[in-house]
Design a protein around this ligand. Structure first.
Ligand SMILES: Cc1cc2nc3c(=O)[nH]c(=O)nc-3n(C[C@H](O)[C@H](O)[C@H](O)COP(=O)(O)OP(=O)(O)OC[C@H]3O[C@@H](n4cnc5c(N)ncnc54)[C@H](O)[C@@H]3O)c2cc1C
Length: 472
């Protein structure tokens, strides 16, 4: 296993990173990226155990208990470790789904060897699936630029060369490896776009343009949450990148091009839901604390809103629990979470998040945006008067209330809060994807039968074979 310091050394490998229009020469000390590298390093240090062979994020759950323990543990991992686990489990799941046919034997063997390689070297991997996509109505081969979906531009005896871009990739700049997968099902004739592989972040031809919600100021009291931990999203460009055979997990087999996206979707939505439970509890906590600080905690519409937030948090937790309880065993002997509950949980949590944030803002008041900073409170000229007017009910002083407001703003109404709003909707493929998968796995026929029974149709009724009521 690597220590945090060894990780920091390992990522000084010549990777091509950009932000705000400039090449980043010293990523570890860049004001907008330094905290992301520190956060990842702290994850290494927390997990490090002398003599241990690997960190917990590489474990393949064999039972429901393992899966439950892993999701619980995930709450203590840094985000880069979480996406590593999700990406590798997606590959393992895809390998299982391809293992029924000897034609895919090489891919399956390479995926298993790659998992082992990452585990043995304590590597962090990110999931690079979302393509640029150009005109969304057109398939990859119909785009006016074929690179708008990542594709093979050259096949060699020892590997392939790829072109394309993968967008919005969480924590890419801080990882060692990019797990590249096709964004969707490819059709016959689109074999060049059916490419899944692993590419080192510092491979020749890879460039990453970064964006981040990391605060653009140095007041850690004003940004109490996002100043502690942040990750950039990477706009990754592959410009004639060579991928050796042993890192190719799919090349040209269009029939399995969507297998990777479906496998990733499952694990990504599971991890997203686990994080969402913590976030939902945090919203409830903020709502109750600020209501108490403002003296409104016993007012009925405030209590109603907090009760609704509690129900929201509880339903997501319950649905995640059901996803684990109904986890399915694979022929290889490990388990994956239930598709229906996982997708329904992720969709519900993401779709209703905005409403819960609205409740919090409604309860908290305008100072969420306008509370003066701790530095204003400390100003010898104006601080005392700011404190006089910023305090809440008796016994709640201004510094306490200001700190709560800054945390609520940072969490829900500033750069990080905006990031959450969009991320919850789009991560895991967007709400549309979760609706599709939920519908696919829901027992719709059973529901129809039930409706027919309640409507008093005979068991064998069909829309065309039902006798008209006798005329009087
Ligand atoms: C902060 C953040 C982090 C992310 N992290 C990752 C990551 O680590 N790895 C990764 O691979 N991706 C990541 N994503 C990407 C995420 O999965 C995508 O944003 C999502 O899949 C939507 O794709 P898009 O952004 O290109 O939007 P679009 O594809 O343009 O979608 C926008 C809307 O149009 C609809 N739409 C698009 N095309 C069609 C069509 N043909 N038919 C019907 N409707 C259509 C969509 O359903 C959606 O409602 C991240 C996104 C965000 C915001």
């Amino acid at each position: 296993m690597l220590t945090g310091a060894q990780y920091l050394t390992s990522v000084q490998d010549g990777r091509r990173l950009f932000i705000d229009g400039k090449r980043i020469e010293d990523p570890l000390n860049h004001p907008l990226l330094a905290s992301a590298f520190r956060f990842a390093a702290s994850g290494y240090d927390r997990a490090y155990q002398p003599g241990a062979t690997h960190g917990p994020y590489y474990t393949i759950p064999l039972t429901q208990g393992d899966l439950r323990a892993q999701l619980k543990a995930m709450g203590h991992w840094d985000d880069l470790a979480s996406v590593t686990s999700t990406g590798l489990m997606a590959l393992i799941t895809a390998a299982a789904r391809m293992s029924d046919h000897p034609e895919y034997g090489d891919y399956v063997a390479r995926i298993r060897a790659y998992h082992q390689h990452c585990m043995e070297n304590d590597l962090r991997c990110v999931q690079a699936i979302t393509d640029a996509k150009g005109d969304r109505r057109l398939s990859p081969s119909k785009q006016d630029d074929p690179d708008l979906y990542t594709r093979i531009v050259e096949r060699r005896a020892d590997g392939v060369v790829i072109n394309g871009a993968k967008l919005h990739i969480t924590a890419a700049a801080t990882a060692h490896e990019l797990i590249v997968m096709p964004t969707k099902m490819m059709k016959p004739g689109e074999e060049d776009w059916a490419i899944a592989c692993a590419v080192p972040v510092n491979a020749e031809g890879v460039s990453i343009v970064n964006t981040t919600y990391a605060p653009r100021g140095d007041d850690s009291d004003y940004w109490p949450i996002s100043s502690q931990a942040s990750y950039p999203e990477g706009f990754i460009i592959f410009d004639h990148v060579f991928v050796p055979n042993e890192r190719i997990f799919l090349a040209g087999h269009v029939e399995h091009s969507a297998t990777f996206a479906h496998s990733l979707g499952l694990w990504e939505r599971l991890g997203g839901t686990a994080h969402m439970i913590e976030a939902a509890d945090t919203l409830v906590g903020f709502a109750q604390l600020i209501a108490e600080a403002n003296g409104v905690e016993r007012i009925s519409h405030i209590k109603d809103k907090i009760a609704e937030m509690i129900i929201y948090a509880t339903l997501i937790r319950g649905c995640l629990e059901a996803a684990i309880t109904h986890a399915e065993q694979t022929p290889e002997g490990w388990v994956h979470p239930n598709e229906l509950y996982t997708n329904a949980a992720k969709h519900y949590g993401a779709a209703e998040w905005n409403l819960m944030v609205r409740h919090l803002h409604d309860i908290a008041g305008g100072a969420v945006l306008t509370a003066p900073s701790g530095r204003d409170l400390a100003n010898p000229e104006i601080g005392e008067l700011v404190a006089k007017y910023l305090r809440g009910k008796a016994g709640v002083d201004a510094a306490y209330r200001a700190r709560l407001f800054h945390a609520i703003r940072d969490y829900t109404a500033d750069a990080f809060g905006g990031w959450w709003l969009v991320t919850l909707i789009q991560s895991g493929g967007g709400l549309y994807a979760q609706r599709m998968v939920s519908t696919k796995h829901y027992p719709l026929d059973k529901a129809k039968q039930r409706a027919l029974r309640i409507a008093n149709f005979p068991e064998t009724a069909t829309p065309t074979a039902i006798a008209s009521p006798a005329q009087p």
